[in-house]
Design a protein around this ligand. Structure first.
Ligand SMILES: Nc1ncnc2c1ncn2[C@@H]1O[C@H](COP(=O)(O)OP(=O)(O)OP(=O)(O)O)[C@@H](O)[C@H]1O
Ligand SMILES: [Mg+2]
Length: 328
């Protein structure tokens, strides 16, 4: 877990401050009356359903969305006057993968000293870019086109681009989206390390249990801010219902508030109503003799497998299948 002790928010001036901000795009208001303070050294997770304005909020901080009302300042500078000096890792879905560009070129784009009138990179920039690629384990890919990389490699390339200018604020849009569990944990450990080196991190995520529950501070958004605070306070059925418009039961596991999803059954053996399809499940009953609960009698292999993976050895098997333990 990030910051195992109660998180101490930094004191002094906020690094990001939104005061009663209404923002969006030409002809579309997405965020309404958003007020938010991010203090230096914070590690903030932004939660909300699709279309709730998470990306728009990051773009508002960056100065890349339209501000209709209110004030946005980053490092004490009003966003209207100057674009934020922040590292930005975009949501991978928003990238045009047909653009022919290789890994090294993408990372070098992050060098703030780069002057469009002088399109050669300085030696220091290249050295810094290579150092960052080494650190993120992508140096061997430097001549590869980014569209040819895996999702995890692409995330690292954009993380390297964001970090190459030594920002003190890092904004990441779903940095763990679409990657495997190992890559997700590596990315989160890296962010944890950067945060402990003094970089303020604001990231969006859809992964409540695997990511958000481990962060020190969460903000729930759906056009406006519904709640903010440590996960133990924010991950509650009431706040999740307001945020996502869905019933999401919450359980406590090893001191963490986690969402316990109800099992669903999809595909040939499921009827879509969460009950599964009647079938002869003699094998399943055999499997249940090891102490698993009744849910497995519906014949869902994923559940059965997961339950045995999570068995705590006392036969009660109280750990829901959907919970993964991460130690960032
Ligand atoms: N460039 C744009 N121009 C106009 N409208 C946009 C633009 N980008 C996003 N929107 C709209 O703004 C709203 C919020 O979008 P946004 O991308 O901020 O949501 P999100 O919370 O990041 O969603 P997701 O979880 O799917 O990434 C949506 O209705 C979207 O259609
Ligand atoms: Mg988004």
């Amino acid at each position: 877990m990030l910051h195992p002790f109660p998180h101490q928010r930094g004191s002094g001036e906020p690094i990001v401050e939104l005061q009663d901000v209404t923002a969006g795009y030409d002809g579309q208001q997405v965020l309404e009356n958003v007020s938010l303070r991010v203090m230096p050294g914070d590690f903030v997770g932004l939660l909300g359903p699709s279309g709730s304005g998470k990306t728009t909020l990051l773009r508002t901080i960056l100065g890349a969305a339209r501000i209709f009302r209110g004030k946005v300042s980053v490092n004490g500078t009003n966003q209207v006057n100057k674009r934020a000096q922040a590292g930005y890792v975009p949501q991978l879905e928003t990238i045009d993968w047909n653009f022919p560009v290789n890994v090294e070129e993408v990372v070098l784009m992050g060098c703030t000293r780069h002057n469009p009138l002088f399109p050669w990179h300085r030696r220091q920039d290249r050295e810094k870019a290579h150092e960052m690629m080494e650190r993120l384990g992508i140096a061997h890919l430097l001549r590869r086109q980014i569209r040819e990389l895996s999702g995890g490699q692409q995330q690292r390339v954009f993380l390297a681009r964001a970090l190459v200018s030594n920002p003190d604020l890092l904004l990441l849009d779903e940095p763990t989206g679409g990657v495997d569990i190992k890559t997700r944990d590596e990315v989160m450990h890296l962010l944890h390390e950067l945060n402990h080196q003094g970089i303020t991190v604001v990231m969006t995520t859809h992964e409540i249990n695997a990511v958000a529950a481990h962060l020190p501070w969460l903000v729930c958004l759906n056009g406006h801010i519904l709640a903010e605070g440590p996960p133990g306070e924010v991950i509650s059925p009431e706040i999740l219902r307001q945020t996502y418009g869905a019933e999401m039961p919450v359980i406590e596991y090893q001191g963490m508030a986690l969402v316990a999803e109800s099992p669903h059954f999809f595909g040939r053996n499921g009827n879509g109503n969460g009950k599964g399809k009647e079938r002869d499940n003699g094998d399943d009953n055999a499997a249940n003799q090891d102490g698993n609960d009744d849910r497995n009698r519906d014949g869902n292999q994923y559940d059965r497998q997961s339950n045995s993976d999570n068995d705590n050895g006392n036969g009660n098997n109280p750990v829901p299948a959907q919970i993964t333990q991460a130690n960032y």
